[in-house]
Design a protein around this ligand. Structure first.
Ligand SMILES: O=CC(=O)O
Length: 322
């Protein structure tokens, strides 16, 4: 019997995942990276007749593409926690199992969140720029930033990543942890976080951490109005998705020092061009979507994507079904 065919839409899919698939299925790895525009025609050319799909690209997986693949498609797996790049309803409509890779990236993303908090609040970008420009002019009022000690930290989206951020910050003597989200989280009691409405979180927090998925409800959750609600000294950190923030409003708020700083791991679009207005701001510290980028985490994510596919092809539940 011929092996099932699995299309992997990313040439850098880690070996840890490929090893699991070896000899069990036939793999077709497309020779493109996540963001390459030319990968779409290549995806279309290779979709027809495949049995499973590892969708490791920023292109949207649409109903049209699923139809192109054909009715034999039995599994879709993505090497990501977020699934906003997938038309989930189209997959469900066709009864195809869909899996993602949450949890294994919580620690790596939480680490980078704390890094962004410190980098933005303590003005790393400005400091480095002045050093590199030969303008190191040390003085008691030079490069002063904001403390984490004694602050109120508000976490929007208190899932695995949000909770891992809180656990890391315990050593920083934070005064108060707030969170907002769709549901009460039972873990909040032990972790010492209080659920409050988003408006209150924005008003009271010194740090606003965006760790929620992108949905119709959360799009532009940070906008001109919410930025006005925040403190002049507050720092916003986004490790969710770029579209959680109205970036034009953020630009204005940072430029006018309406808030203190921003630390962003995610932006709209990605990649963000280096001539984007946000890049020019000294109080906007941006890194290029590196949250889960550690060797170990990416290997775990690849292994889970592979296992999700293998399980679904055997008619079993995926490890992380969506
Ligand atoms: O952003 C990364 C992910 O969703 O895994």
């Amino acid at each position: 019997m011929s092996l099932k065919r699995v299309l992997i839409v990313n040439k850098s899919f880690p070996v840890a995942g490929l090893e699991l698939l070896k000899n069990k299925v036939e793999t077709i790895v497309l020779p493109h990276l996540d963001y390459e525009a030319e990968s779409l025609p290549s995806i279309k050319d290779n979709l027809k007749g495949i049995d499973a799909l590892i969708w490791n690209t920023k292109h949207k997986l649409t109903g049209e593409l699923l139809t192109l693949a054909g009715p034999q498609l039995k599994a879709v797996s993505t090497m990501a926690s977020g699934i906003d790049h997938i038309e989930v309803a189209e997959i469900k409509k066709r009864g195809i199992p869909l899996g993602n890779t949450p949890q294994v990236l919580d620690d790596a993303v939480a680490d980078i969140t704390v890094g962004l908090m410190i980098a933005a609040a303590r003005r790393f970008k400005e400091g480095v720029q002045e050093l590199e420009a030969g303008e190191w002019k040390y003085g008691v009022q030079w490069m002063v930033g904001q403390d984490i000690t004694g602050s109120t930290v508000g976490i929007v989206g208190f899932g695995g990543i949000g909770q891992a951020v809180l656990r890391r910050l315990r050593g920083f003597d934070v005064a108060k942890f707030l969170y907002s989200g769709r549901t009460d989280k039972p873990e909040a009691k032990t972790l010492g976080a209080e659920r409050v409405p988003l408006e209150q979180l924005l008003r009271e927090s010194d740090y606003v951490i965006l760790a929620c998925p992108l949905t119709k409800e959360t799009k532009h959750l940070i906008n001109a109005n919410s930025l006005k609600t925040m403190k002049k000294t507050s720092v916003v950190v986004n490790i969710g998705r770029g579209e959680l923030i109205d970036q034009e409003a953020l630009y204005d708020a940072l430029k006018e020092n309406q808030i203190f700083a921003a630390g962003l791991d995610v932006t709209t679009p990605e990649p963000l061009r280096n001539d984007h207005p946000l890049v020019s701001l000294p109080n906007c510290y941006i890194i290029p979507h590196m949250g889960s980028a550690t060797v170990d985490t990416r290997n775990k994510m690849a292994s889970i994507s592979a296992q999700n596919v293998l399980l679904a092809l055997e008619g079993k539940p995926m490890l992380f079904p969506c």
